[in-house]
Design a protein around this ligand. Structure first.
Ligand code: CA
Ligand code: CA
Ligand code: CA
Length: 211
């Protein structure tokens, strides 16, 4: 067996930068898509936050778990975290015990037909039609929106002196903790891996429950 000739070696060496170029091009495209989805998340969460803020300030009788549910505030009998993933797509665990505050949290998911509705049947169970200007026509959900990725939106509320929180996780390194555009660890909330918005950022506990 003969090794590579000088010419063959030159060809192989010449191809290395091409291959590196292709790989880095693919990575750039992937990063571009991640960043695009993250910008969507940022916009979605701000929109949802404004709509909830308007509802909490203007509804004549505030019902943060809507017409179909009761007792779901973190200060009530079934402290609940509402998740944007419909149950047919990915079923989360139904409840979990959280040691730091000695509380059991329940997970609420709705179905794939209703999860984006703003009439009380959506993943945020508020009936936004109770205010004159709902601000949104459908509930935003994460562009990926599944359990395993940790990419989904969350909502929780407190009933007495009504408060709420929504949160989101990001994909691209720049938006994550320590990134150049870190949006998660400096928002004043209790979860350094998610962007938290709302009137009380301690309602959703600071644990990551992706698997
Ligand atoms: Ca209710
Ligand atoms: Ca945070
Ligand atoms: Ca929180």
């Amino acid at each position: 067996m003969k090794g590579l000739t000088y010419v063959e070696l030159l060809v192989v060496l010449g191809l290395i930068p091409v291959v590196i170029g292709i790989i880095s091009g693919v990575l750039k495209v992937q990063n571009y898509y991640k960043t695009t989805r993250d910008l969507q998340r940022l916009q979605d969460l701000n929109l949802l936050n404004s709509a909830l803020n308007f509802y909490f300030q203007n509804a004549t009788s505030i019902d943060p778990d809507g017409p179909n549910l009761d007792g779901r505030g973190v200060d009530e009998s079934m402290p609940t975290i509402f998740v944007s993933v419909p149950s047919e797509k990915d079923k989360f665990f139904e409840s979990c015990f959280y040691y730091p505050n000695n509380k059991t949290y329940y997970i609420y998911q709705t179905n794939k037909n209703d999860y984006q509705k703003i009439n009380g049947f959506g993943w945020v169970p508020v009936n936004f039609f109770e205010v004159d200007f709902p601000g949104i026509s459908s509930l935003p959900v994460d562009p990926i929106n599944n359990l395993r990725s940790g990419l989904y939106y969350l909502y929780a509320f407190q009933r007495n002196s009504p408060q709420y929180e929504v949160s989101v996780g990001f994909e691209s390194a720049e938006f994550q903790k320590g990134g150049v555009a870190d949006r998660v660890s400096n928002d004043g909330g209790n979860d350094e891996n998610r962007l938290e918005l709302g009137t009380n950022l301690n309602l959703i506990p600071g644990f990551v429950f992706s698997f």
